[in-house]
Design a protein around this ligand. Structure first.
Ligand code: HEC
Length: 117
């Protein structure tokens, strides 16, 4: 049993957490469009410093009007609502993402977003 758990940790933990920066697996769904570094990709704005930032405020990305004018400031609550259902929280957003149903997965992502400074 002890051996089994050692094997389990060895093989499976890299799939759950990337040990370098503890990026949750679910963030891979965001990473196609969003960088965790201070460089904006074509498909989506960088998420560096997202906590405390006004929605739609990066100079290097052309946001949709609804997002830019939403008046939202990103914190745990607004991110949670947005990631649960982007289009419901900001109707007309151009983020083509269906949302994350699982509270735990959204929690993991938000915890990770807090580390992006
Ligand atoms: C297919 C591309 C795509 C995927 C996948 C995606 N996003 Fe986005 N995201 C966008 C685009 C485009 C915008 C800008 C939307 C707008 O202007 O209305 C955006 C905006 C955002 C914003 C607001 C940024 C700001 O500066 O105000 C946050 C936060 C965000 N995304 C988080 C995430 C997270 C977390 C995930 C993964 C769970 C994710 N996104 C998945 C394309 C994507």
């Amino acid at each position: 049993m002890r051996n089994f758990s050692a094997i389990f940790v060895f093989f499976f933990s890299p799939m759950v957490l990337n040990p370098v920066n503890a990026q949750p697996v679910t963030f891979e769904r965001c990473a196609a469009c969003h960088s965790g570094k201070d460089t904006t990709k074509d498909l989506g704005p960088s998420l560096v410093g997202i906590i405390g930032r006004k929605a739609g405020s990066r100079e290097d990305f052309r946001y949709s009007r609804p997002l830019a004018r939403s008046g939202v400031t990103w914190d745990e609550r607004s991110l949670d609502a947005f990631l649960k259902s982007p289009d419901q929280f900001i109707p007309g957003t151009r983020m083509p993402f269906e949302g994350i149903v699982s509270d735990a997965e959204r929690g993991d992502i938000i915890r990770y977003l807090k580390t992006l400074k």
